[in-house]
Design a binder for this molecule. Structure first.
Ligand code: F6R
Length: 243
């Protein structure tokens, strides 16, 4: 990355990457028990969450005062649906640690008024934020959260239509059935994400190599949303990709 404030940590595999990611998160929580933590879903952070659950069970960290904000949620899927991001978070992390459910924030995908939900989510982040540490993954097309190519960098939490490539990529969670993947989602905007004090950017797998190189060393462009991270003052990239 061009910015001096960016650190790139390279790992041999996802296991090592996830060990480090969990270590960073645990240290942050131990330094500041009332940490505001931004969370992502997807394949990438799964092992990290597993490590966090283990650390909690081993008495190395407590989530009692931690406040969480998830990046996104599908529209039209209820929180109890196994494909919802709420369900994902509960399964992989939240239900296995001592977090106070009142401190957990995930956009609601089944509210009557999704625009209102977006505004409310922004308000909550303002009230309880800023986000101290944001866990972030990257889509194949360079998306962050569900900010697809072309999203303005100033965008706040909003409703999006998912890119064809994202629907295709995420169909693996829907038994490969593309038609079952929701077409819309609520996502934190790029502007919202950029206000996090620190970002832990996890990018795993050779299939994302070309995308990551562009993100780190190419131009900052709305057509590659993650490239904006070059302008963030405190990003750590954790990757197993040979750059
Ligand atoms: C998930 C999210 C997405 C994913 C990205 C990578 O909350 O916001 O941007 O981080 O699509 O997904 P995986 O990790 O499944 O490759």
């Amino acid at each position: 990355m061009r910015g001096n404030s960016v650190e790139i940590l390279k790992f041999n595999n996802n296991e090592e990457l996830s060990e480090k990611a969990a270590e960073v998160i645990i240290n942050k929580i131990n330094e500041k028990p009332k940490l505001t933590l931004g969370l992502a879903t997807g394949s990438t952070p799964m092992q990290t969450y597993k490590n966090l659950v283990k650390a909690y069970k081993d008495g190395k960290v407590s989530f009692k005062e931690v406040i969480t904000f998830n990046l996104d949620e599908y529209l039209g899927i209820s929180p109890t649906n196994p494909n919802s991001y709420t369900y994902f978070m509960n399964e992989h992390l939240l239900h296995h640690v001592d977090i106070d459910e009142n401190n957990v924030h995930i956009p609601t995908g089944v509210g009557e008024n999704s625009e209102k939900e977006c505004a409310q989510y922004e308000r909550l982040i303002k009230e309880e934020g800023p986000i101290d540490l944001q866990i972030l993954g990257m889509g194949l097309n360079g998306h962050i959260a569900f900010n697809e190519p072309g999203t303005p960098i100033t965008a706040r939490t909003h409703v999006v239509e998912l890119d064809e490539t994202t629907v295709q990529a995420n169909s693996r969670f829907f038994n490969g059935e593309k038609e079952l993947v929701p077409t819309h989602a609520i996502t934190m905007g790029i502007g919202t994400i950029m206000e996090a004090k620190e970002i832990l950017f996890l990018v795993q797998g050779e299939h994302k190599a070309e995308g990551l190189r562009k993100v780190l060393y190419g131009d900052v462009t709305e057509m590659i949303p993650a490239s904006i991270l070059q302008k963030h003052p405190n990003v750590t990239v954790l990757t197993d990709i040979n750059l």
